[in-house]
Design a protein around this ligand. Structure first.
Ligand code: CTP
Length: 406
């Protein structure tokens, strides 16, 4: 028997960012979810109901007086596996905080017991107003996950916090809530974390480099989840072409030496540092300033120089008192088992060798964690603890890593 697709209510409130809800809607439906769009009446001034109906394949109404026979707000609320509201305006947030039921969306919200994700978008002053901040705190205390807003260009010429998080990021966070069936806890408020991500490029000349297959997805997922949990996140990212997640300060680097400098500087005040970057162990000894030309002669051999081990350097810097925040330090290891040792044994050996507090071990024997959206592994603690990370999205793995190390 075919299993039923999970049901998502996509609430849309009446702000200019409402047009971006179409992109979120498309991502949700294309991944096989059943989506009911519930706009507030004001939204239809920005986006037509026909657009929502065509993209979702389901009817759209804004009030409780349409389709009365099915008591739509009760049915939608009870059947939902997830509610996503994007954008959420200051007015809608206020109405939700007060438990109002003056349109179909707010009525549905009182009925549902599904996890709820809201992505606010409004002008900076409205976002920072004590009334809005108090309402957001109320929603968080009720277990609603709040994503963003991001810092960036707003309607008109202004720039500041208030921009809707990127549709792709809202989609990824929505998938996490569906996967776990619960909200993302707001339990890392103000915790300063540094995450490294991506694969370094070691330059041979201006157009050639050595690199590896790291996509950066696990490190970016760690940053996105930590920010949603309230942490103050610096993401040091090597060669990942993506828009900064909401609430994350992204520092972009290229080489292992640049990554080392940025990481040591950011780690000084951090409480947790996670080294998810795939750092190239070697770099070309000579970096040519201009492109190496092809000639009739055989090419020169490329000689390599060892890069510093940044993780080991962090542990040493902490021991020498150079990191005032005395951070918990977390490494990653990609391992395969063999006739002599299991993946866990190799992981423990690496944990001891590196001297960090935790190591997240990915079993890459069966095809690897690189480039995939999913991951699995073990979190080994220097105190002898070990937690299995079952197969799941990199966002879910990220949640489990934060549960273990925070
Ligand atoms: N790492 C680092 N600096 C390096 C190499 C690795 O900080 N120059 C960090 C990675 O970010 C990761 C951890 O060390 O958190 C494990 O990396 P890995 O390359 O698996 O470790 P190696 O010591 O190089 O072990 P192996 O010989 O198994 O590759």
């Amino acid at each position: 028997m075919p299993t039923q697709a999970p049901r998502v209510v996509l609430g849309v409130a009446g702000g200019i960012a409402a047009y971006k809800s179409c992109e979120i809607l498309r991502a949700l439906t294309e991944s096989g979810l059943h989506v009911d769009v519930v706009p507030t009446p004001a939204v239809l001034e920005f986006v037509g109901a026909a657009t929502f109906e065509a993209l979702s394949g389901n009817p759209v109404s804004t009030g409780v007086f349409s389709d009365i026979a099915s008591v739509r707000h009760v049915r939608l609320g009870q059947q939902a596996d997830l509610v996503v509201i994007a954008p959420a305006t200051a007015d809608l947030i206020a109405r939700l905080a007060n438990g109002r039921a003056d349109d179909l969306l707010t009525s549905t919200m009182l009925v549902t017991r599904a996890p709820v994700l809201i992505a606010p978008a409004m002008h900076t002053e409205m976002w920072q107003h004590p009334a809005t901040q108090a309402n957001i705190a109320t929603l968080r205390s009720r277990g609603i996950t709040v994503l963003g807003p991001a810092h960036g260009r707003l309607t008109g010429k202004d720039t500041g916090p208030g921009r809707l998080a990127e549709p792709a990021e809202i989609y990824r966070m929505a998938r996490l809530l569906l996967e776990t069936g619960t909200a993302v806890p707001y339990d890392m408020s103000g915790v300063r974390v540094v995450v490294t991500a991506g694969g370094t490029r070691e330059l041979l000349d201006p157009v050639r480099f050595l690199t590896n297959r790291s996509s950066g997805k696990q490190g970016w997922a760690l940053a996105e989840v930590a920010a949603a949990r309230g942490a103050d996140v610096t993401l040091i990212s090597a060669n990942v072409e993506r828009v900064a997640p909401a609430g994350v300060l992204v520092q972009r680097v290229q080489t292992a030496l640049e990554l080392e400098e940025a990481t040591l500087a950011a780690a000084a005040e951090a409480e947790i540092v996670v080294m998810a970057a795939a750092v190239s162990d070697f770099r070309p000894t000579v970096r040519h300033d201009s492109k190496i030309k092809k000639t009739d002669a055989e090419p020169d051999q490329i000689s390599l120089t060892k890069n510093p081990d940044i993780l080991v350097g962090l542990v040493a810097a902490r021991a020498e008192g150079r990191l005032s925040g005395r951070p918990t330090i977390v490494g990653f290891a990609a391992e395969t088992g063999d006739a002599q040792h299991t993946v866990e044994e190799y992981g423990r050996q690496k944990l001891a060798r590196k001297g960090c507090d935790f190591i997240v071990v990915n079993d890459v024997g069966a095809g690897g964690a690189f480039e995939n959206d999913d991951n699995a592994g073990l979190i080994l603690g220097a105190d002898g603890t070990s937690a299995v990370v079952p197969h799941g999205s990199k966002h879910r793995v990220a949640s489990q890593i934060w549960d273990a190390v925070r």
